[in-house]
Design a protein around this ligand. Structure first.
Ligand code: DX5
Ligand code: ZN
Length: 239
């Protein structure tokens, strides 16, 4: 995949859990990743699914799986999702004893390594370890439930991470999750996100595939406007 391409990742949390295969097929041609929210009723109050379901999901789709672990003790459990064939495994900084060691384990097991930053966690404490990761996930809500309202102030963290990635020439996806919809995705893209999780905006829509195409068009438009103005500011010629 082109490293700069926009990634659209519908969250299966908003799909019908009794019809996951059908709901995955509905969007497969129009998305880059499928976002799988693993919640353990400890790190977050909600409870969703774990390894047996991820294994079945993996067998039922060719779309790369983006596992978002909202669980305690990722030091112990995260690598199992890589071993099941997840494309990207993202765990929460707040839950990890040794985030860099987990990232190494994930990469050794064949997946990308992602670090998630929840609503109340400053991102500055983690900037130095970003080179160990392939993905940074900035929550734009408090992790735990779908259907919450996007919090615009959290885009300051996206901007800070984008500056850090660009100035350090890091090869990292910058993903946003929570309240991403037709009326918020452009602001997230302008702040520097390049991967977008959307649950309600996709599976709450009458036509989930059309919703994915529309989200992509909005994100790509906003990203190209942002890239053009950044190039103009530095005197570079937009390419
Ligand atoms: C919530 C999850 C999200 C959730 C987003 O903690 O991490 O992935 O599915 O749902 P929406 O897009 O409805 O905010
Ligand atoms: Zn998520």
């Amino acid at each position: 995949m082109d490293k700069t391409a926009t990634v659209i990742a519908p969250s299966l949390l908003s799909a019908d859990f009794a019809r996951l295969a059908e709901d995955m097929d509905k969007v497969a041609a129009d998305v880059d990743w499928l976002h799988v929210d693993v919640m353990d009723n400890h790190f977050v109050p909600n409870l969703t699914l774990g390894p047996p379901v991820v294994k079945s999901i993996k067998a039922a789709t060719n779309v790369p799986l983006d596992c978002h672990l909202m669980i305690e003790d990722p030091d112990r459990w995260a690598v199992g999702y890589a071993e099941l064939g997840a494309y990207n495994v993202t765990f929460h900084a707040e839950a990890a004893a040794d985030p860099v060691a987990i990232a190494k384990d994930l990469r050794a097991a064949g997946s990308k390594a992602g670090l998630a930053i929840d609503r109340d966690t400053p991102v500055e404490d983690y900037l130095d370890i970003l080179p160990a990761f392939d993905t940074v996930l900035i929550m734009t809500i408090k992790a735990g439930f779908g259907g919450q309202a996007f919090i615009p102030g959290l885009l300051d963290k996206v901007r800070a991470v984008r500056r850090h990635i660009d100035s350090g020439h890091l090869d990292i996806r910058l993903e946003v999750d929570g309240g991403i919809a037709m009326d918020t995705i452009e602001a997230a893209a302008e702040a520097g996100a390049d991967a977008f999780v959307a649950g309600t905006a996709v599976y709450g829509a009458a036509d989930p595939a059309a919703a994915c195409r529309k989200l992509r068009a909005l994100a790509e438009g906003a990203r190209s406007r942002g890239l053009t103005s950044a190039a103009t500011a530095t005197g570079a010629v937009p390419g």
